[in-house]
Design a protein around this ligand. Structure first.
Ligand code: 4AD
Ligand code: MG
Length: 459
């Protein structure tokens, strides 16, 4: 269908005076004696474009369904400068109803709750909030690819189906084609009958394969869906989420922290430039001061604190936390939020976590107690990046895999990387939805992904 995006008409003043055809969905309409107005949106921008219908030129029966909320229409008319402001409007010469919409359309004119909108994932994208969110999500994805591409990284594709559990947290969704069979006596027997002749699951992270690629291509990143059967029903956990995982050879923990910082600043700067209208909308509706916050992130240094010092800060905070604060225990959301929201008031890298609470692959520090790992915590959200230098020493890694009771056979190839030309290397994982929460002020992860999958919820 030949037509022009509404965004082009709004941004390119040379359309004024020309006759164009546009398409879109009716967001609101007003009907007065001689004229009817439709606010039309086609998804190309946040702003609606006003269509003016002279009622003398359209039969009532033709016009009425084109004023219905949610109707899809196509309009041909002259572009004019609006009466109120400079924004372009279109004076309709002819119009076609592409798809009518009746009163049962759930998005009638009122402010709906986010909870209600989650019950209609197939329609919520037609609201300003979700229309804006998914444009920002698209632009953010592009900014991430652009950052890595511009810096000489290769985009690699890690498998969705894997035989190993990268994070070792037992949160793998099983992939199977074998149903319940009471005659099977053991896991091994069951797995042997299965599609791959062994146990398989959905990947929790592309890191292990990313390391394979980085130890030949040098600098790579993955960008794909990852899955975790976490039982936690929180506003920041999804069972299916997208992760960006760069992996860099000849790179230590300090180097990777610089890379992560540059990436975060670069993608936020990109959003500030390219999603100005959407961020203004989120600033007004969801987080007052959002744009100033994001600008501050671009302009200022991130904080860095040792895990051990962070524990001291938390102990001295005078706060009563639900979860205990003790060296050796993991930081809970409430602790992370205190450190970022109240203490540092900006993004902070917490570095050198206790070895026992982190993954098997992290480089062991000389103290024997901690690993060269860091989480990037941001105000309002908490952890958005998990990062580490990888253990490059064959013997240490082997001992760690054994000590954790992991199945050696599943990690044989991974260990080979330490046998054949091992190098210091590091990487991190950025959760796309967590980043979106931070960039838009959205407080629930379910509202940053098109079709959220969370515990007990799949629509
Ligand atoms: O800290 P995580 O578990 O790290 C890894 O998976 C490493 N293999 C990454 C690497 O070094 N290549 O997860 C990384 C990030 C978290 O910081 C968080 O942003 C996001 O992934 N994430 C989740 N996002 C939404 N829902 C969940 N259930 C998430 N679990 C992790
Ligand atoms: Mg983590």
């Amino acid at each position: 269908m030949e037509h022009i995006d509404l965004k082009s008409i709004s941004t390119d003043k040379s359309y004024i005076g020309k006759t164009v055809t546009v398409c879109g969905w009716v967001r609101t309409s007003r009907d007065s004696k001689n004229v009817a107005f439709v606010e039309l949106n086609d998804g190309s921008q946040l702003e609606h474009v006003q269509i003016v219908f002279e009622k003398s030129e359209f039969a009532d029966a033709t016009l009425a369904p084109m004023l219905a909320l949610g109707a899809a229409i196509s309009v041909t008319g002259a572009v004019e400068k609006g009466m109120k402001d400079e924004s372009a409007e279109i004076r309709a010469q002819s119009a076609t109803l592409l798809g009518g919409c009746d009163q049962s359309y759930p998005l009638q004119k009122k402010r709906h709750t986010m909870e209600f909108l989650r019950t209609i994932p197939h329609l919520r994208v037609r609201t300003n909030t979700f229309n804006a969110m998914f444009r920002v999500r698209s632009e953010l994805s592009y900014a991430i690819h652009k950052f890595f591409h511009d810096n000489g990284y290769y985009y690699v594709h890690s498998p969705i189906i894997t035989g190993s559990d990268c994070e070792g947290a037992g949160e793998v969704f099983k992939v199977t084609t074998v149903g319940y069979d009471p005659t099977v006596k053991s896991d091994d027997e069951y797995n042997a009958k299965d599609f791959f002749g062994r146990s398989a699951g959905l990947t929790v992270s592309g890191q292990l394969e990313g390391e394979v690629m980085a130890t030949a291509l040098g600098k790579i990143y993955t960008f794909g869906p990852t899955f975790r059967a976490e039982n936690s029903n929180t506003p920041r956990h999804a069972a299916e989420f997208w992760q960006i995982e760069p992996e860099v050879a000849f790179c230590d923990i300090d180097d990777i922290i610089v890379i992560a910082t540059d990436m975060i600043k670069s993608i936020i700067a990109h959003l500030l430039k390219n999603c100005a209208a959407e961020l203004k909308f989120f600033d007004e509706r969801f987080e007052n001061g959002l744009i100033a916050k994001l600008q501050h992130v671009v302009d200022s240094e991130f904080a860095r604190v040792d895990y051990t010092d962070a524990i001291e800060i938390l102990k001295k905070s005078g706060k009563t936390f639900v979860y205990p604060v003790e060296w050796g225990l993991d930081l809970q959301t409430e602790h992370e939020r205190y450190l970022t929201d109240e203490y540092f008031k900006k993004p902070v890298f917490v570095v050198n976590y206790p070895r026992a609470i982190k993954s098997f692959y992290m480089k062991q520090n000389p103290d024997g107690k901690t690993v060269a790992a860091t989480d990037l915590l941001v105000p309002g959200v908490g952890e958005i990046i998990g990062c580490s230098e990888r253990e490059a020493d064959y013997d240490k890694l082997l001992a760690e895999i054994k000590a954790r009771g992991m199945k050696l056979a599943d990690y044989a190839n991974y260990l080979d990387l330490r046998k054949f030309g091992t190098v210091p290397h590091s990487g991190f994982g950025l959760g796309l939805e967590r980043m979106l929460m931070y960039a838009t002020g959205m407080s629930n992860i379910r509202d940053t992904i098109e079709f959220p999958r969370t515990k007990d919820d799949l629509k």
